[in-house]
Design a protein around this ligand. Structure first.
Ligand code: PLP
Length: 436
């Protein structure tokens, strides 16, 4: 068993030390895990799989300051940050306010470079390819608005992409006369080649840009972005990848995707402060993209041109470093396995009922911690409202043209008991119905 002291000790130690220091009893699962190589190519060691070790995850949960009088199963929307992250943010904010023109601009702002360097190292790119943004929307819109398009040029995406990103292209339609083409993908989608073929079928001679979600927010569906990018490259079409839900949720590196444009939030699955994100653009392509806010010509090749946003707080950017250290200590693969375990825990229980249908695949590689379920005979919106009003359980009721169901997203701090309460409540509603 890994004690709280051991886990918090691991969080406080540098990463290299985490892998070698005697943080736990020899022979324990934690010791085996500490000895295991890290990274996407490291074969998972079954002996070291802590996904079901409740003692370990209880210790992890203690790092958060969440309100246990309710059950938060909407961690996909935005995540709570661990206490160490909140504290770092508070310290940087307090220091900023001592004499901001000096402490914030001259002392703290330059430290952003170290955060850039660490994010790039952990997620697999060159620091000169990584801009720190305020959220995924900012990074995505930088790319969506950043290409010159002529009247009649087409941009392509699915019907299940994020509404703000779809609206971004719709605004360009109204303003500049470009054409947004969208198409449907199966729910759930379990055939990568079919997804790639669907994108390819909708390419026309006028297609100039593709937007693809790494993980669809409605269902948690993971799409084969590396294959979509490779296919689009044969047509010479740039692909913007919406990774808002993917980075630090399941374990991968940007270099695994071989993509050119990728944007994500850090306040979802990295557990960084609210108002943080990153934008990756392949170094050779930085000069091709206009920034959202104007930057001087001499910065054309500089990834920092995307950070020219005027006066802004720096506390959350610097406290993201704390979230990164927390993530490293937890281990990307370990977190992924735990999130899959929690998803399976509630899905397998509810799937015992014929009336429950999943909009998310449980097959490996097609989803991670987020799943979406519909209950025959229960209106999704009413069930979602009842869960909150009567049971203080937070889920997302999704009624979309292609998806109807509750989106459930537990997190690293979620307990089995909380998932039991959710399942009990859904079973109660199935048995007794919902009030009109
Ligand atoms: C798929 C997807 N893209 C983009 C966003 C926007 O993220 P942010 O709020 O960080 O800008 C979200 C937010 O939920 C999302 O789910």
């Amino acid at each position: 068993m890994l004690s709280r002291r051991h886990f918090l000790g691991a969080l406080a130690a540098p990463v290299a030390a985490v892998a070698t220091a005697p943080l736990c009893a020899p022979g324990s699962a934690a010791a085996a895990l500490a000895a295991r190589p890290r990274g996407p190519l490291a074969a998972p060691d079954p002996a070291a799989n802590l996904a079901t070790d409740e003692d370990f995850w209880f210790d992890v949960a203690q790092a958060f300051t969440v309100d246990r009088s309710l059950v938060n199963l909407n961690n996909g929307g935005v995540s709570p940050a661990p206490a160490v992250v909140q504290e770092a943010m508070g310290r940087h904010l307090a220091f900023s306010n001592q004499a901001p023109a000096y402490t914030m601009w001259r002392v703290l702002e330059p430290q952003r470079e170290a955060v850039r360097e660490r994010l790039a190292r952990v997620f697999g790119c060159d620091p000169e390819e990584l801009a720190v943004t305020r959220n995924a929307s900012e990074g995505l819109q930088t790319c969506q608005f950043g290409f010159d398009l002529a009247r009649g040029d087409e941009v392509l995406t699915t019907n299940q992409d994020y509404p703000r990103m779809i609206n971004t292209f719709k605004q360009r339609e109204r303003r500049e006369g470009i054409v947004l083409r969208q198409f449907s993908i199966p729910v759930p989608a379990e055939d990568d080649d079919e997804i790639v073929a669907l994108f390819e079928q909708h390419i026309t001679p006028r297609t100039k840009l593709i937007l693809v979600s790494h993980m669809i927010n409605l269902t948690g569906q993971i799409l084969p972005v590396a294959k979509v990018v490779a296919m689009a490259r044969t047509h010479g079409i740039p692909v913007i990848v919406d990774g808002a839900h993917a980075l630090a949720h399941f374990d991968f590196k940007l270099s695994d995707l071989d993509c050119d444009y990728y944007a994500t939030s850090l306040h979802k699955w990295l557990f960084a402060p609210h108002g943080t994100g990153l934008l990756y653009i392949h170094k050779s392509l930085v000069p091709n993209v206009w920034p959202l806010m104007a930057a001087p010509e001499k910065r054309r090749h500089d990834i920092r041109k995307f950070e020219e946003i005027g006066t802004h707080p720096v506390a959350q950017i610097l406290a993201s470093a704390e979230a990164l250290t927390f993530h490293q200590a937890l281990g990307g693969k370990r977190k992924e396995q735990r999130l899959i375990h929690l998803r399976n825990y509630w899905c397998e229980r509810l799937l015992k009922h014929d009336r429950v249908h999943l909009n998310t695949s449980l097959k490996p590689g097609f989803a991670c911690g987020i799943a979406n379920a519909r209950v025959d005979g229960l209106d999704t919106g009413k069930l979602n409202a009842w869960l909150w009003n009567e049971r203080r359980i937070l889920t997302v009721g999704i009624k979309h043209d292609e998806v109807d169901g509750l989106r459930v997203s537990p997190s690293a701090y979620t307990t089995h008991e909380e998932l039991d309460r959710f399942c009990d409540a859904v079973e109660h509603a199935m048995k007794h119905g919902l009030p009109e």
